[in-house]
Design a protein around this ligand. Structure first.
Ligand code: P6P
Length: 336
């Protein structure tokens, strides 16, 4: 029998409402929209395999709808849910080239918040039944209230985030988020459609022995990363470490936050800024990391201090247990 003593996500949002900076209930409504959308996406992700089989019958699924790619569908679900609550005035998504104006029912731009989202990160893993995730980042608009949002509302440093989080659609579905007062994880009970507080006050272990990186790119890595990998693989003290790489950021991140570890997506000779996007992947994960006592940089500077210049810009990403990120940065500085 489900232990009903666990607080639900809805109860938690209400309880913590006074902790939300500036909030007069709007941020609570925004987080509730994300909660709803995550359940809808979870339902689609969990039957993706079946949908694919049905879809192959002739490009139509069982409802006769044109088969949609799951990440496009996830994008539409989150945009729809966020637009309904009249608290969001703009959305930027990995799936959309430009940011979107979100009008309230009176066709006004009255929402206080902008949301940046990767609706289904790692979606290529769907076909092989590996966990995927949603990543979101929330800011207060900086332009004149009531006017259309502008690019500057989205190009804010990560330190300005009011909330950030991820959904991991894994062996269980979880929402993990922060509003600047620590990090809490909620697990979905699919039989009830309710999220319960299963991981209160999550903390990155100060050190760990897991490193997550795509070593297939070794030849293209910066010398500092190569030296760090050799350090991890040496027989000394608690080394060699363990290499764990799922290829799904939220899954690798989530495991490392629980067990201790470092995730690195560095620059390479082919991709000088790495692969991950600053605004809707790195900044939200960095906010969670720092709130959980970890460290997140581009190998040299704090991710959340980077001044954004483009909506979809990429940055190198070193994230996890503080002592591990420190060691990697030591080699990066030594060999830059
Ligand atoms: P690679 C997924 O596409 C993603 O953005 C992250 O979720 C993941 O960690 C990374 O890219 C995997 O990239 O180049 O190792 O396949």
């Amino acid at each position: 029998m489900e232990d009903q003593s666990f607080q639900t996500l809805g109860e938690f949002i209400i309880d913590k409402q006074e902790d939300f900076m500036y909030s007069t209930g709007e941020l609570s409504r925004l987080l509730s929209a994300i909660r709803l959308a995550s359940k809808m996406v979870n339902r689609q992700v969990n039957k993706a395999g079946i949908a694919n089989i049905i879809g192959k019958a002739g490009n139509d699924n069982i409802q006769g709808e044109a088969q949609q790619k799951l990440d496009v569908l996830a994008n539409e679900i989150f945009i729809e849910a966020l637009s309904q609550r009249e608290v969001v005035c703009g959305i930027a998504s990995e799936e959309n080239d430009d940011f979107m104006q979100i009008r309230t029912s009176h066709n006004a731009h009255l929402g206080k918040y902008v949301v940046l989202i990767d609706p289904l990160d790692g979606s290529s893993n769907i076909d092989v039944n590996v966990s995927v995730g949603t990543i979101f980042s929330i800011y207060r608009r900086v332009s004149e209230p009531g006017t259309p949002v502008v690019l500057e509302d989205f190009l804010q440093k990560g330190v300005n985030q009011v909330a950030a989080g991820y959904v991991v659609y894994g062996s269980s579905t979880m929402i993990v988020f922060t509003t600047g007062n620590g990090v809490n994880g909620f697990t979905l009970d699919p039989s009830l459609g309710t999220y319960y507080l299963s991981h209160p006050n999550m903390q990155f272990p100060k050190s760990g022995n897991i490193y997550s990186i795509n070593e297939g790119n070794y030849a293209k890595f910066p010398q500092g990363v190569k030296k760090y990998l050799k350090y991890c693989q040496q027989e000394e003290g608690d080394r060699p470490y363990t290499s764990r790489y799922i290829g799904s950021l939220v899954s690798d991140f989530h495991r490392n936050m629980i067990k201790g570890g470092i995730y690195i997506y560095p620059s390479t000779s082919q991709s000088p800024n790495g692969k991950l996007r600053l605004l809707y992947e790195c900044n939200p994960m960095a906010f969670i990391t720092e709130q959980a006592g970890g460290k997140c940089t581009d190998g040299f500077q704090r991710i959340m201090e980077i001044e954004p210049t483009e909506l979809h810009q990429r940055v190198p990403f070193f994230c996890g247990s503080t002592t591990m990120v420190d060691k990697a940065e030591e080699f990066m500085r030594e060999l830059e």
